[in-house]
Design a protein around this ligand. Structure first.
Ligand SMILES: [Cu+2]
Length: 170
């Protein structure tokens, strides 16, 4: 076990690569934070101004074509945009109903992980979170960067085959 220098004011991250099936390796991120639960950058405040329930599914291509991935039943470019208002805080609630892990990435915004795999979390700021197979996660972001922002799975093949949506400012 290597010795790790740790400034305890900051979260400590570990990264591990795990094999999830025959075809892919994905990073698993572990984090230890000594910040108290109430010191979460967003969560310590009131409930979010809005919520986006996002359910991910895979439509198998069988042997005819390649798989497709859907967000609330639709694949890019038909996915519904997540419409936000500047200055408000939103919770994205991820339901991964597939047998794949999905490293979910939001461009141009940081989010706070408030729940991962059913466990509450606070103070961990990221712009990507790996949601493992058949699991859930919730993240909060503040709409503080007007313009179009892409939200997608960072697995290139998942993104190229539907797993992509836009965040739009109203
Ligand atoms: Cu994916």
């Amino acid at each position: 076990m290597p010795r790790i220098a740790w400034n305890k004011a900051e979260p400590l991250f570990f990264e591990n690569w795990v094999r999830t099936d025959r075809f892919q390796e994905v990073p698993l991120f572990f984090c230890i934070s000594l910040r108290s639960h109430n010191s979460g950058l967003f969560q310590g405040q009131n409930e979010p101004d809005g919520r986006f329930e996002l359910t991910f599914k895979k439509i198998p291509g069988e042997r005819v074509t390649f798989n497709r991935w859907t967000i609330n039943g639709k694949s890019w470019p038909d996915t519904d945009p997540l419409v936000v208002q500047a200055g408000k805080r939103y919770r994205m609630i991820f339901h991964n109903e597939t047998g794949d892990s999905h490293p979910l990435h939001l461009h141009r915004h940081d989010f706070e992980i408030v729940n991962i795999g059913g466990k509450a979390s606070a103070g961990v700021m990221k712009d990507i979170v790996n949601v493992t197979r058949f699991s859930n996660a919730e993240v909060d972001f503040v709409a503080n960067h007007p313009g179009l922002s892409l939200f997608h799975c960072h697995m290139q093949l998942h993104m190229d085959f539907g797993f992509k949506a836009l965040v739009k400012y109203a």
